[in-house]
Ligand binder design. Sequence first.
Ligand SMILES: C[S@@+](CC[C@H](N)C(=O)[O-])C[C@H]1O[C@@H](n2cnc3c(N)ncnc32)[C@H](O)[C@@H]1O
Length: 217
Amino acid sequence: MNSIAIDSSMLRAGLEAEGLSVDEKTIHSFLGYAALLLKWNRVYNLTAIRRPEEVLTHHLLDSAALVPWLRRVSPDAKNILDVGCGGGLPSVPVAILRPDLEVTGVDAVGKKAAFVNQAAIELGLRNLRARHSRVEKLQGEWDMITSRAFASLSDFVTLTRPLLSPGGRWLAMKGAKTEEEIAELPDGINVELLEPIDVPGLEETRHLIVLSQSLER
Ligand SMILES: C[S@@+](CC[C@H](N)C(=O)[O-])C[C@H]1O[C@@H](n2cnc3c(N)ncnc32)[C@H](O)[C@@H]1O
């Protein structure tokens, strides 16, 4: 499954540069996931990115950059929801790197959720499952809710507000421009953190925005 052209030493170096400790099993899981993504992309229409070296930087390392922040932002969190998970970004990298977290992906497109569930089985990720649903129809409660390339910050928060546990945190993975989106947030939402994120091998600007909600509503 790992016979694709993702350079494992670049993957390891990238993850380590992000402050992540990686063992052989982690590298094997990432390569296995990349192989599945590239193999099934045409069938499932998972991503516009097709070149393995771009999958490494734009998807694997970009998504993994979230992981060091999870413990800092929410040290006691037990679970995380990835909204509009698509082919499993960032849910699959999070599930690989944080086996102690229950990771749920949700996507409105059934074949994308099916792909993530199949990847979870093939990679042995027992902490990952994907749900086929529009997020506004989803029920449950999560300590952390994340998204990458899903919607405006305001729509992300509004659609998922009923799903955040008391004291929970949203972690939005965003590009360069964040001010306008932050200005449009609904009342009662607090910006806890706005952090530029360096992704090894990626020239583009990334930001992590961490949000909470005032408890008296
Ligand atoms: C641009 S893709 C991003 C996928 C993935 N997060 C990534 O970074 O590659 C946005 C995803 O959101 C999903 N989506 C859009 N609206 C949704 C909704 N209301 N509920 C659940 N998923 C939704 C789409 O089906 C699509 O897979």
